[in-house]
Design a protein around this ligand. Sequence first.
Ligand code: HDD
Length: 754
Amino acid sequence: GTQQSAAAIPHNANKAGEHGEAARTPQPGQTCPVPHAAASASSTSETNGSAKTGGGVPPLGVCPAGDLDRVRADASEQRLTTNQGVPVADNQNSLKVGLRGPTAMEDFILREKLTHFDHERIPERVVHARGSAAHGYFESYQNLSDLTRAAPFAAAGKRTPVFVRFSTVAGERGSADSVRDVRGFAVKFYTEEGNWDLVGNNIPVFFIQDAMKFPDLIHAVKPEPNNGIPQAASAHDTFWDFVTLMPESTHMLMWHLSDRAIPRSYRTMQGFGVHTFRLVNAQGASVFCKFHWQPLAGTHSLVWDEAAKITGADPDFHRRDLWEAIEAGAYPEWELGLQIFTEEQAEQFPFDVLDPTKIVPEELVPVQIVGKMTLNRNPDNFFAETEQVAFCTAHIVPGIDFSNDPLLQGRIHSYLDTQISRLGGANFHEIPINAPLAKVHNNQRDGMHRQAVHRGRVAYEPNSLGGGCPFQVGMAGFTTAFASLPQPPDDKVRGKPELFADHYSQARLFWISQTPAEQEHIVNAYRFELSKVQTPAIRVRLLSMLANVDPILAEGVAQGLGLEVPPPMPLATSAPPPQYPPSPSLSLLARPGAKGAQTRKVAILAGHGVDAPTLHAVYAELLAAGAVPRVVSPQLGQLVAYDGSRIDVEVSIEAAPAVLYDAVVIADGAASVAMLMRDPDARDFVRQQYRHCKPILAIGAGQDLLTKVGVPPALEDGTADPALWTADPAALEPALAAFRQALAAHRDFRRERD
Ligand code: HDD
């Protein structure tokens, strides 16, 4: 088992040469194997000689010269030194006045080491503190220059390096991955015209309509300030108190309580830019745009009971999944979709496109696929890259512009501002992961931790002593430099447009677009969250909010809480609400799933006396399908199979319980199955796989374990369970083929409905 799988797991060629000997003698352009004419044009700046591209990106259009090698450090075969490069002979003992005496003040080696250690932590992000990131590239499918002059879309096949960080919002840096939360989806494009940060989420709307409310929202959802409870959870009084007093959050809450907020993997989430942005072409013509990332691995989520258990079994569940997929060469991919519409179209919509609590339904404006993002290299150092990366919505490039969405407008300030306290000063743009590949020249100087050594006496403009350099590119043009789209002036006013006051019709749209199983999950999630709330009046207020969305929803949640549905909350507008038809694309299950079983984790439960030939056959087939099979048994060591051969146990159940696998195979062999039956963890394993609607394949005697733990052979209505197979060991193939298909589908909720 072990050797077979080790040999067959694909190796990520992009990591080769980054460690050991090869890393110490980096080849120029090591991660940019195909040199390109554009390389010199977009090469190093005075502050940055480091491309961020994922390994092996064949460049087209822009190829950054070099890579992060300029700053990479590798200590193999190197002597130990202080930070001043002084060789150190004894890293064990401090300098003492006599062997039993006090430590000498002059021990600069000890003092430097302790001082550095004392300052190793930086403030965590005020939101999105926990996250994980990877390098890769975006490839445009076409030339979009009629719509935008943004560099990444300049030519079909053009590749732009990216660094992408996924995150949870509420939890602290050390919190668990699988909690119910919105996920951040932040993409930094290193374009030859500067960095563009598309700082989005996996949900296309937001809780509030105005940045003015952001600190309140976050103070409400974060652990309560008196006791610091609860960690990484919205299920507490202050959050529900706030949102039930902010009816504009109704739509976002529907998404937050759907399975979107417990994704199976970062690789299986959609991403959204949320706000309406503008695309601007070289002539200065502009259209509105919404950004969508569509995962090629399909959209898949956890179920709540499983998510809660994963929090204990593997708090790094999503971080590990992303890391392992990239290491294995199963690179995560998303297509980029655009919803493009004009100002005139926007005026006809029954909602305001500047309102971030509204989507533009795909029935109104279809999503047009324009390119693909591939993540193909893990960071070398979590702190240097993932922790220090600074995303700012203010980072846009020529061809992209803001809309007047008041949430976006506030964000333009907040992100730049927060980096200054988080990263210790105004020069955070010089930190290697943040530095643009485009050359940086301006008259900004000094500040904490300045890296660039600016030459010459001129740091002002206009100047004649520096020949007028750096020179402005030309005030007039959209063709030459960044130019803000002209906007007619308006009166200063604190307030909102009238259409912002419709808080419920899109919440209803989301609700009616879900499958029955998804609706049930939403009702259950409301029940769970509000059961955690201690203040009865908040539960009632929530129900009065839901009464405006849908009677079945309100009734379902009320039943779960042992309450009656109260009268609906008063509406904020007397305008008749728009009626939306269901939008199937809002259901996770309606989206196309993964094409195959790739990277699905499958436990093969086995004990002593297992039938070795069928186990090996199943293992090999799953591996060939790209899945990740593991021989799982109550204890580590070797199993003695029925035929006397020995099989390595790869994982013990205790170390990786059922919730960490996408599916289970129960191997054949009477003694093996009897051993599993005696083990409470093995019995729980099968029960949970069943409860969480995952595919189960029982071979031969393996069926007895299903019976023992009470897995029904069919659904209650007598129809076959769509994700349960029993296989005759002599004729494995048909059941195994069906099982492989179910692996791709991931789960079947008919069993749960049953
Ligand atoms: Fe934010 C971080 C996404 C509203 C203020 N936000 C942050 C990150 C993501 C988002 C993905 C983490 C970036 C990373 O990985 O480093 N935020 C969003 C989305 C929003 C949103 C999609 C609504 C559409 N955020 C929002 C508002 C404000 C902020 C309205 C303030 C006015 N967000 C921040 C911040 C953070 C942040 C405080 C914390 C750390 C950071 O910026 O770099 O500035």
